[in-house]
Ligand binder design. Structure first.
Ligand code: UD1
Length: 422
C-alpha cells in the first residue's frame, strides 16, 4: 500500500496548475451514453475515479480510446447494455450517473445501489423519485435499482434537496423525454453548468443550468461532440487552503475565481492576502491566520468538499473557529487524525470546534477519504517533523500527481509505493 511521507515546515511558494474537474468529468463521461456519434473530451484529469468510470462505460459497451494526455474518445458502435456491474459501482458512487443516460437512451437501466461511504449513508432516493416523475417504473431487485419505461415524458420535478448527482442524472434522463422537463430546487454547482453546456454541444436543449430551475426540452437524437472540461474548483480550493499557511506567494493557476467566491471570502476573513485575476489566484498567508466560522452549503455556499482542508488550516489559527457541516451527516473522519498531530478539535453535533494551536507535530496518520486525505497532506506540510500518510489510494481518486506538484512548490514530500513493514 502506498504512503506519502512529508518532512514538514519547509517554506512553500511558486505556482501550481489546476487540472480538469473530476466532478464535471464523471457525469459528462456518463453523458456520452446519450450520443449516437463519437464524443471527444479534453482536460480530463488523470485520476482513479476517471479510470473507474472508463471501466463502467466499457462494461456497458462504450469504447473508450485515449487520444492523448487528458483527451479521450467515447463511442458506442454496437449495442449498449443496460446493466452496470456491482464490482465497479461499489468502488465509486459516481458510477450511478450512468442510470439517467441509460434510461434516457434505452428506456431501461439496472444499476447496483452504490451503498454508503466513509462520509455518510448517501441514499439515491431523490434520483429515483425523479425518474418516476418522468414516467419510469422504478423498483429494487437484488440490490439493484431497476428503471424501465415505454417512453419518458417531460414533467415538472421538485427535488427534496438540491442534490448534485440527482440534478445531473435527471438532466441526462430528460434529454430524450417527450416534451419539457423542469427540475426545480436544482443544484447550482458549476459542474451542473458544464454538464448542460456539454449536452447542448451534442444538440440537447437545456437552459437554466446553474439556477434553481433547469429546463430540458426533449430532442430525438444527439450527435457527437468535442468538449473541454472546466477546471477543478475543489483542487484550486485545496491549494488555496494550503497557501493560507505560508508566506508564499503561491499562485494557483488555471482556475475560475467566479466558482470560488465563498472560498476566497473565507480566505480573506482568515487574513490572507489574495490577488484575484481572470484565471489565477495568488495567495499569501498572514503570520498567523485569524479564526473564522464556516458553514458548508450547496453552491454558491462554501463547498463540503473543502471542509476537511479548511479544518486542517484553521488548526493553526489564533483563537477558536467553528465549521458546521450541513451537506453530509458524518464527514468528520479527519478530525481524529488531526488530533493525533496535536490539533485541539471537538465535534459537537455537526460542528467542529477548532481551538487554534501554535504548531502541529508530524505523526503517522490515515487518509480516511479523498478530501480528508488532502487535509492530512496540508497538516503534514505545515507540521514539525515527519508525517506518514497511509491509505493514499483515497487521495489518488481526486488529485493527479499531487506529490510532484507539491514538490514543485518546495515541499519535502515523497511517495513510497511499497510499505516495507507490510
Ligand atoms: C456530489 C459530489 C461530491 C460533493 C457533493 C456535494 C460528484 C461526483 N460528487 O456528490 O464530491 O461532496 O456533490 O457537493 O459530483 N442525498 C439524498 N438522497 C439523494 C441524493 C442525495 O438524501 O437521492 C443527500 C446525500 O446523502 C447528501 C446530500 O444529499 O447528504 C448531498 O448529496 P449530493 O448533492 O447528491 O452529492 P453527490 O451528487 O453524491
Amino acid at each position: 500500500m502506498a504512503k506519502i511521507i512529508i518532512e514538514g515546515g519547509n517554506k512553500l511558494s511558486g505556482s501550481v496548475k489546476v487540472g480538469g474537474a473530476k466532478n464535471a468529468a464523471l457525469p459528462i463521461m456518463a453523458g456520452a451514453i446519450l450520443s449516437e456519434g463519437p464524443v471527444v473530451l479534453s482536460n480530463i484529469p488523470h485520476l482513479n475515479d476517471v479510470e473507474t468510470m472508463e471501466k463502467v462505460l466499457s462494461a456497458l459497451g462504450i469504447t473508450c480510446k485515449k487520444l492523448g494526455p487528458g483527451t479521450i474518445e467515447l463511442s458506442s458502435h454496437s449495442g449498449i447494455s443496460e446493466e452496470a456491474p456491482y464490482e465497479l459501482v461499489k468502488t465509486m458512487r459516481a458510477s450511478f450517473f450512468v442510470m439517467g443516460p441509460l434510461l434516457g437512451r434505452l428506456k431501461k437501466a439496472r444499476i447496483p445501489l452504490p451503498g454508503g461511504c466513509a462520509i455518510g449513508v448517501r441514499p439515491v432516493d431523490i434520483h429515483l423519485k425523479g425518474f418516476e416523475m418522468l414516467g419510469a417504473r422504478v423498483s429494487l431487485d437484488a440490490g439493484c435499482a431497476v428503471a424501465t419505461a415505454d417512453k419518458l415524458v417531460g414533467a415538472p420535478i421538485m427535488l427534496d434537496f438540491p442534490s448534485v448527482g440527482a440534478t445531473e442524472n435527471l438532466m441526462m434522463a430528460a434529454v430524450y423525454a417527450e416534451g419539457t422537463t423542469v427540475i426545480n430546487n436544482a443544484a447550482r454547482e458549476p459542474e451542473i453548468v458544464d454538464l448542460g453546456n456539454f449536452l447542448n454541444s451534442m444538440g440537447a436543449k437545456v437552459s437554466g443550468a446553474g439556477t434553481p430551475s433547469v429546463t430540458i426540452e426533449g430532442v430525438k437524437s444527439l450527435t457527437g461532440t468535442n468538449y473541454s472540461i472546466i477546471s477543478d474548483r475543489i483542487e484550486a480550493g485545496t491549494f488555496l487552503a494550503l497557501g493560507s499557511l505560508f508566506e508564499g506567494p503561491i499562485s494557483v493557476e488555471n482556475c475560475n475565481p467566479d466558482s470560488l467566491h465563498a472560498v476566497t471570502a473565507k480566505l480573506q476573513e482568515m487574513g490572507t492576502d489574495l490577488k484575484i485575476e481572470d484565471s489565477k489566484i495568488i495567495v499569501r498567508g498572514p503570520t498567523r491566520i485569524k479564526p473564522i466560522e464556516i458553514k458548508t452549503l450547496p453552491f454558491p455556499g462554501f463547498p463540503t468538499d473543502l471542509q476537511a482542508q479548511f479544518t486542517a488550516a484553521l488548526c493553526l489559527s489564533e483563537g477558536a473557529s467553528l465549521i458546521t457541516e450541513t451537506v453530509f451527516e458524518n464527514r468528520f473522519m479527519h478530525v481524529s487524525e488531526l488530533i493525533r498531530m496535536g490539533a485541539k478539535l471537538n465535534i459537537r453535533d455537526r460542528t467542529v470546534v477548532i481551538n487554534g494551536v501554535d504548531k502541529l507535530i508530524g505523526a503517522p496518520v490515515m487518509a480516511t477519504d479523498l478530501r480528508a486525505g488532502a487535509a492530512m497532506v496540508i497538516a503534514g506540510l505545515v507540521a514539525e517533523g515527519i508525517t506518514e500518510i497511509g491509505n493514499v489510494h483515497h487521495i489518488d481518486r481526486g488529485y493527479d500527481n499531487f506529490v510532484d506538484r507539491l514538490k514543485g512548490l518546495g515541499a519535502k514530500i515523497t511517495r513510497q509505493e511499497q510499505d516495507n513493514h507490510a
